[in-house]
Design a protein around this ligand. Structure first.
Ligand code: NAD
Length: 445
């Protein structure tokens, strides 16, 4: 597409948005119903494309993509009317006598840029948020999961309102051209490098942005942890989708006194999950492309292979792998692994954990396995992260702006709605009448 064609596409959607057709609950519900129909009636198309792109089996495809989206559409259908209702909040004392309401208004035309590891969830889940908010949107799926992107490009216009939604296929040049357009909101999922490009482009027009980025997620196994529970959960988190998950445990910091025992249990868990030859397991996927395969095989040299390590370039297969003796300065500890390799580092005490985590960028997720409540609290109190589930006898939790934004965008307050505080003040000069002052109070960015 030429620059003019991109401009025309955005203008077409903006004109439609301005007709007000997307504001009513009926339109929103009709689009959610259509999306749900697409995911159920054409599930076979999606299963096939996910297998082609990621060798993703049906159970996992349903869990994270196909039925996941059906469930999210149903949840949205059940609640969208309620989400649209203005919210009464207390007024500032200086505005008394007044009533204050937060109105949830749509932003307009959104751009959703997706990535490949959960190619449906990461594009259509933000779309559900956009629909709930009464917005229109252009979707740019990742070119790396090409088969799934093609299915979306074919089916979205077939099921959803064409005046409101389009799918644009392409890679960096096409995304660059899209970013040159004027958007009312941009929702980006991907790496930090492109995240910076997106934010720079958005800044030119002061467009609000949600960035769903990646990072290295530390996973702490304390001496007080139930090691079997820890091993099972870490194995699932690291090796589901061949480790290509933004929130996967990226590396383990295990306390020295339980390190040997934990490693053995983790290895046995990998064997239990995927068998002696994970290549034959229907539950074990493949690395998405040759570029990532080569990047990951280089990371295998960062330590000693404790378990796994087998590779096959023809199939882009890397076995579930545990690395030990990994120096903190090695390549595997510098970049997000985003694959089936798990470094396990030994650590002496809680303060060392805190210093290790704080010496690195704030992670997307931080996982603590400990039955000792004090240990979990001490780590949570001294570190920051997007999420921080704790396992053991307690559960700690934290929210980063990024995580909250995601919830705000795609689940509860759709499409990062611009809210508008409407202060209704009794105008004493016009007794019995109301004067309305309305101004934009908050824009999620
Ligand atoms: P990426 O940043 O390379 O690509 C994402 C999107 O940006 C794609 O649609 C791509 O076409 C586009 N793009 C690529 N290069 C571009 C450029 N130069 N200019 C403009 N657009 C460009 O991301 P990736 O490597 O495909 O995805 C992996 C990353 O995504 C990991 O870091 C992972 O942790 C992260 N991720 C985060 C979440 C989350 O919810 N936080 C979810 C999944 C993945």
């Amino acid at each position: 597409m030429s620059t003019n064609e991109y401009s025309a596409l955005v203008a077409r959607h903006r004109n439609y948005f301005r007709t007000g057709a997307t504001r009513g609950v009926e339109w929103r519900k009709s689009q959610l119903t259509a999306l749900r129909a697409m995911m159920t009636e054409r599930a076979e198309d999606f299963y096939a494309s996910l297998w082609t792109d990621l060798r993703r089996g049906r159970v996992e495809a349903d869990f994270v993509d196909v039925k996941y989206l059906v469930g999210e559409a149903e949840h949205a259908l059940a609640h969208v009317g309620q989400w649209m209702e203005p919210m009464r909040v207390s007024s500032l004392r200086m505005l008394v006598p007044s009533h204050t309401r937060v109105r949830f208004d749509p932003l307009g035309v959104g751009l959703i840029i997706g990535t490949w590891n959960y190619p449906l969830m990461l594009t259509l889940s933000p779309l559900i948020g956009a629909i709930c908010g009464g917005n229109v949107a252009v979707i740019k799926p990742s070119e790396v999961a090409a088969a799934t992107a093609n299915v979306m490009a074919r089916l979205v216009p077939e099921y959803l309102d064409r005046s409101g939604f389009s799918v644009v296929l392409g890679a960096a040049p096409e995304t660059t051209a899209l970013l040159e357009q004027q958007w009312d909101h941009i929702f980006f999922t991907g790496g930090t490098t492109v995240g910076r490009i997106v934010m720079t482009a958005a800044a030119k027009n002061l467009t609000p942005v949600v960035l769903e980025l990646g990072g290295k997620n530390p996973t702490i196994v304390h001496s007080s942890a139930d090691l079997h529970v820890a091993a099972r959960r870490i194995a699932h988190g690291r090796w589901a989708n061949t480790g290509q998950t933004c929130t996967a445990p990226d590396y383990v910091l295990v306390f020295k006194d339980v390190a040997g025992q934990f490693l053995e249990i983790l290895k046995q868990t990998a064997l239990q999950f995927y068998g002696e030859d994970p290549r034959k397991s229907p539950d074990y996927g493949r690395v998405v492309n040759a570029h990532h395969f080569e990047r990951l095989t280089r990371l295998l040299g960062s330590g000693t292979i404790y378990h796994g390590g087998q590779c096959d370039a023809a199939e882009r297969y890397i076995a579930p792998t545990i690395l030990v003796n990994v120096p903190p300065g090695s390549p595997a500890m510098q970049e997000e692994i985003f694959g089936p390799i798990l470094p396990v580092l030994e650590i002496g005490n809680v303060q060392e954990v805190i210093d290790f985590v704080n010496a690195r960028p704030s992670p997307l997720g931080l996982y603590i396995f400990a039955s000792d409540h004090n240990v979990t609290e001490q780590i949570l109190d001294s570190t920051t992260s997007g999420d921080a589930p704790g396992w053991g006898n307690i559960t700690g939790s934290g929210d980063s702006a990024r995580t909250r934004m995601r919830a705000a965008f795609s689940i509860t307050a759709p499409f990062s709605i611009s809210t508008c505080a409407t202060h209704r003040m009794r105008d004493t000069r016009h007794c019995g009448k109301w004067r309305t002052a309305c101004w934009p109070e908050h824009r999620s960015a």
